[in-house]
Design a protein around this ligand. Structure first.
Ligand SMILES: Nc1ncnc2c1ncn2[C@@H]1O[C@H](COP(=O)(O)OP(=O)(O)OP(=O)(O)O)[C@@H](O)[C@H]1O
Ligand SMILES: [Mg+2]
Length: 341
């Protein structure tokens, strides 16, 4: 079996599966691939096929291409993204899909970094990509979505047809965060979703005043959402069929520790904290994560006045630990009794 067929089978059929599903799928696919010595090494879903060196491609492990993290003090704390094997993996696919103008849907349990990862990827493509970012809520109206889209595009007339296109030399990436939040109306529709579905189905939208058709060209849609529940609704398959779905894995404890250590270490170093303080950075992170784990265990024994969090609203490990680790980055070096000269 050729490498490209294996690659398509792996990622084409397995990308949307849950972690357990991917493990089972891997066993099944390894059976299919065993006659070939060209299969990926190690965990199947940690690899992609690169065509940079030509030929029939070579397997690249995502861990091999993780860039090192640089702390940038100009960035807001919540904009800092620490590259990991998983961020590199999903960034790779988001980038590829935008380049070929195909639609991609990133899902996975809450707090796995879906939003930060997709925003960062599209932002890094700003030279060739016009970014249109929207975050849906239960109250989002289809009209505001249309106004937002049209405001970013240039109107042109071609053979009597009105076209909406991105500026020359760019393609448009429409990033819609929390895409499954809009309220479901009486007859089961979600108006902003119906508008986006019409846009993809017919390659355009209707002018709200003149009622004429406007073709929209040269774009890819990136949908981001945690699974339904806690205010998130199931999206119609008529809409989701247009997307290739990727399920983001839950962040492992090792990765969490690595993410927060990298940020805290970067912060302590850039603001010249004394080595004694820099040295206990790992202990601070471990203490935060273990405190959070204890908190989760004790959620059951809460006082009766506090409602038990239901799973969708239970604070995610990543988001909550990040808030706590941010607190460690509040003091300025001058507040530190051991400030360096
Ligand atoms: N690789 C990373 N580097 C730095 N911070 C990260 C990383 N991954 C996740 N985080 C942090 O974890 C928190 C949750 O991330 P984010 O909001 O992107 O999750 P999400 O999957 O979009 O969650 P939800 O489904 O609830 O919208 C954020 O504070 C984010 O900054
Ligand atoms: Mg999000």
């Amino acid at each position: 079996m050729s490498k490209i067929v294996m690659y398509c089978v792996m990622w084409g059929l397995g990308s949307h599966l849950s972690e357990d599903g991917q493990t089972k799928f891997q066993v099944l696919a390894s059976g299919l691939f065993k006659s070939s010595s060209d299969g990926p090494k190690g965990e199947m879903f940690d690899n992609y096929l690169s065509f940079q060196s030509g030929g029939d491609g070579s397997w690249v492990h995502f861990a091999e291409i993780v860039p090192s993290f640089q702390y940038e003090k100009e960035l807001n704390y919540f904009q800092l993204v620490v590259p990991t094997k998983d961020t590199v993996c999903y960034e790779h696919f988001v980038k590829q899909f935008i380049e070929i103008r195909s639609h991609i849907f990133i899902t996975g349990v809450t707090g796995t970094g879906k939003t930060i990862m997709t925003e960062n990827t599209i932002h890094n493509m700003h030279e060739t990509v016009l970014e249109v970012k929207m975050s849906f809520s239960s109250q989002t109206a289809s009209k505001s979505v249309q106004i937002m889209l049209e405001s970013k595009l240039q109107q042109q007339r071609k053979k009597g047809q009105i076209m909406l296109i991105p500026p020359p030399g760019k393609r448009m990436a429409v990033l819609i965060d929390d895409i499954n939040m809009p309220m479901v109306e009486t007859y089961g529709a979600q108006p902003p979703i119906e508008l986006l579905r019409q846009l993809i189905d017919t390659s355009g939208i209707y002018d709200r005043n003149g009622l004429f058709f406007k073709e929209v060209d040269n774009y890819a849609m990136v949908g981001v959402a945690a699974p339904p529940g806690g205010g998130r609704n199931a999206l119609t398959q008529r809409f989701t069929r247009h997307f290739s779905v990727f399920n983001v894995k839950k962040t492992s404890d090792d990765q969490l520790s690595m993410i927060f250590s990298s940020i805290l270490r970067g912060f302590l170093k850039i603001f010249s904290f004394k080595p004694e303080i820099v040295d206990i950075e790992q202990n601070m992170v471990e203490a935060t994560l273990s405190l959070y784990a204890k908190f989760l265990l004790n959620v059951g024994s809460r006082p009766s006045c506090c409602p038990r969090p239901t799973s969708p609203t239970t604070p995610s490990t990543c988001a909550t630990s990040r808030r706590s680790s941010r607190a460690c980055s509040w003091p300025s070096p001058s507040a530190s009794p051991t400030r360096r000269s």
